[in-house]
Write a protein that binds this ligand. Structure first.
Ligand code: FEO
Length: 401
């Protein structure tokens, strides 16, 4: 059964939802699933904008056939070559023998890498920045957005309806559940914003500079609607989602708040960070969040690290190194260009505490990481409170600066 909705009189949403997938990119847990958005513009010519993951291709082809309603498919525009959006390119190519594939030079290089289809020149339309394609009433313009989130990424701007098909940008985890528009869901709610932040920070977080470049381009055009490849279509409150992307890509905290990230083998480091949290609360600090690195998915912690201004990193020493799960988090922070945080460090080690020194070294490899207070060293357990009191004083003072 087809499952589609009209975006406007000429554009139909023909994406599909994946509620079965456990791990997006075989890495990120997606409790609320994910949508793979795809759009068909019906004009004198028809144009398909991106496709879907192979897992939902049956639904997608039913949607496409319904939306075409007997018309032939003239163009397939490929804004992004990651397989969650293009794994049926070859099937489209063979099913619709007249379709012309539209992409940039890098798009076609990647098609050759992923697929074994010989595309004749007359079925290729290679575009670059600012090139256009007329469908009749709809004039499309192509805007390159390299590294948001792969090098070939481009966006397609419908100059007639002022709609930006924005590829991964402004996307989120979570299925659309029929409500494909942002004004049909609680887009300010915690569930939605947490998913959007976790999606952005883990998938595109590394590419803040490139996202800023794309936002600058977007600021130069009038946009009535944002149609991303995941999550809702934004037809109201565009400044809200653009503002979040702007903040995240500038590595600016959303909130003056503290996230405590700890590893603890037998509960003693955990006891120390809980005591520290109590002391912070006594000093008026609200909204403290504590995460056990052994139990919390790294993508959740990365999103929190982007959200808050202050971190407490508390880790045991393990094999003369940082506890492996904390080490993994620090490596992920480096890989995703985490920057501009105020960080307090607690180390633990029964005979040779090393983790504090190694955490500080890891932080030095990130930009704009400012240490707060003295590293607190625990030897097995926290025997005295003075060091934790001093650290709580330093964190609380830094929060009100
Ligand atoms: Fe949703 Fe970069 O793919």
């Amino acid at each position: 059964m087809h499952a589609t909705r009209k975006v406007n009189s000429d554009i139909i949403y023909i994406g599909a939802e994946d509620r079965r997938l456990q791990l997006f990119e075989n890495m990120f847990p997606i409790e609320r699933g994910v949508s793979y958005n795809s759009y068909l513009i019906r004009d004198e010519k028809t144009a398909l904008l991106d496709t879907v993951d192979a897992s939902v291709s049956r639904q997608f082809f039913e949607n496409l056939e319904y939306a075409l309603d007997g018309k032939k498919l003239d163009y397939m525009i490929i804004n992004h070559m990651e397989p969650d959006h293009c794994s049926v390119i070859d099937e489209i190519f063979f099913r619709y023998p007249e379709v012309v594939l539209v992409g940039n030079m890098k798009t076609f290089q990647m098609i050759a890498q992923f697929y074994s289809i010989a595309i004749p020149e007359e079925r290729k339309y290679v575009v670059k920045e600012g090139d256009t394609l007329s469908l009749g009433k709809h004039e499309l313009m192509f805007v390159m957005a390299p590294m948001v989130h792969w090098p070939e990424v481009m966006m397609t701007y419908d100059t007639s309806d002022k709609i930006l098909f924005s590829a991964d940008a402004f996307g989120t985890f979570g299925t659309n559940n029929g409500n494909i528009f942002n004004d049909e869901i609680d887009c300010h709610g915690k569930d939605f914003v947490d998913d959007a932040r976790r999606y952005y920070t883990n998938i595109v977080g590394k590419y803040g500079v490139q996202v800023q470049a794309a936002l600058k381009k977007a600021a130069g055009i009038e946009i009535n609607m944002l149609c991303p490849l995941h999550g809702p279509i934004w037809r109201t409150e565009l400044p809200f989602i653009i503002g979040l992307y702007d903040k995240w890509s500038r590595y600016e905290a959303e909130e003056q708040a503290v996230a405590v990230l700890y590893s603890s083998v037998y509960g003693n480091t955990e006891s120390a960070v809980t005591a520290l949290a109590m002391k912070l609360a006594d000093r008026g600090v609200k909204g403290i969040q504590i995460y056990d690195v052994s139990k919390t998915d790294v993508s959740v912690m990365i999103a929190e690290i982007f959200r808050v201004s202050h971190l407490v990193i508390a880790a045991t020493t393990y094999n003369n190194n940082i506890f492996p799960k904390m080490n993994n988090l620090l490596e992920d922070m480096k890989a995703l260009s985490v920057q501009n945080k105020k960080v307090a460090v607690i180390e633990n080690g029964t005979w040779a505490p090393q983790s504090g020194k190694l955490i500080r070294q890891a932080l030095e490899e990130m930009k704009g990481m400012e240490l707060i207070g003295e590293t607190v060293t625990l030897k097995s357990t926290a025997k005295k409170t003075a060091d934790l009191d001093a650290l709580a004083d330093a964190i609380a003072a830094s929060l009100v600066e």
